[in-house]
Design a protein around this ligand. Structure first.
Ligand code: TMP
Length: 209
């Protein structure tokens, strides 16, 4: 049987990584997964070996050599193509479960709504990169742009995180629109972290049992 592909999206600082770690710990003891399936934690950009190198290039703070918006889009698409080819498709075929920190929704939100690249171009690239794979469930962890900036005030920002509040506002609105159009599950991520984890567990049992 084919595995399951679960994606977590949201603006920077929304708590995706924490929730993925909690669900990763819980899944083996849940009734959802058979004992011969593995659980894979992965991310974009950077989920494959080549993708990890692309991640360094894409997020580098070397502003003088920053890629153009279109180059940036193609780099994220290359990362996704490799991620699907080398990690996601083979794992799903074996019946494994994938927990991915970001996927194609991030490209629509950041490069489409954030950078104003034509959404139709992004969707065409998505079809090429995804090679027929699509998530079984996508969770959007929703926080405000102000909260995102507050939560990251002690961290060194990468190139995309340095874009500032107006960019983040556009990305945030984009995420909400994409979530609505694609039946994602939207959770307010300003709630207590444990409550959010429990809600995610309940939804996974409801939808994937
Ligand atoms: P991360 O910090 O969640 O690992 O993500 C890296 C940054 O890359 C984050 O600021 C969002 C951005 N990003 C895009 O702009 N487009 C994409 O397609 C993806 C996957 C991430």
């Amino acid at each position: 049987m084919k595995g399951k592909f679960i994606v977590f999206e949201g603006i920077d600082g929304c708590g995706k990584t924490t929730q993925i770690n909690e669900i990763f710990k819980w899944l083996p003891e849940s009734s959802l997964i058979s004992s011969n399936s593995s659980i894979i934690k992965t991310r974009e950009p950077g989920g494959s070996a080549l993708g990890e190198k692309l991640r360094q290039l894409i997020l580098s703070n070397d502003i003088d050599n920053a890629p153009s918006s279109l180059t940036e889009l193609l780099l994220y698409s290359a990362d996704r193509t490799e991620h699907i080819s080398k990690i996601i498709s083979p794992a799903l075929k074996k019946g494994d479960w994938i927990l991915s920190d970001r996927f194609s929704g991030s490209t629509l939100a950041y490069q489409g709504y954030g950078r104003n690249i034509d959404i139709e171009i992004i969707k065409q690239l998505e079809v090429i990169a995804c090679q027929g794979e699509k998530p079984d469930i996508t969770f959007l962890l929703d926080i405000s742009p102000e909260e995102s900036i507050k939560r990251r005030k002690n961290q060194i920002p990468d190139r995309i995180e340095s874009e500032g509040i107006n960019f983040l506002r556009k990305v945030n609105l984009g995420f909400k629109k994409i979530a609505q159009d694609n039946n994602w599950i939207v959770l307010s991520a300003t709630n207590n972290q444990e409550n959010i984890t429990n809600t995610i567990k309940r939804i996974l049992i409801e939808k994937l049992s």
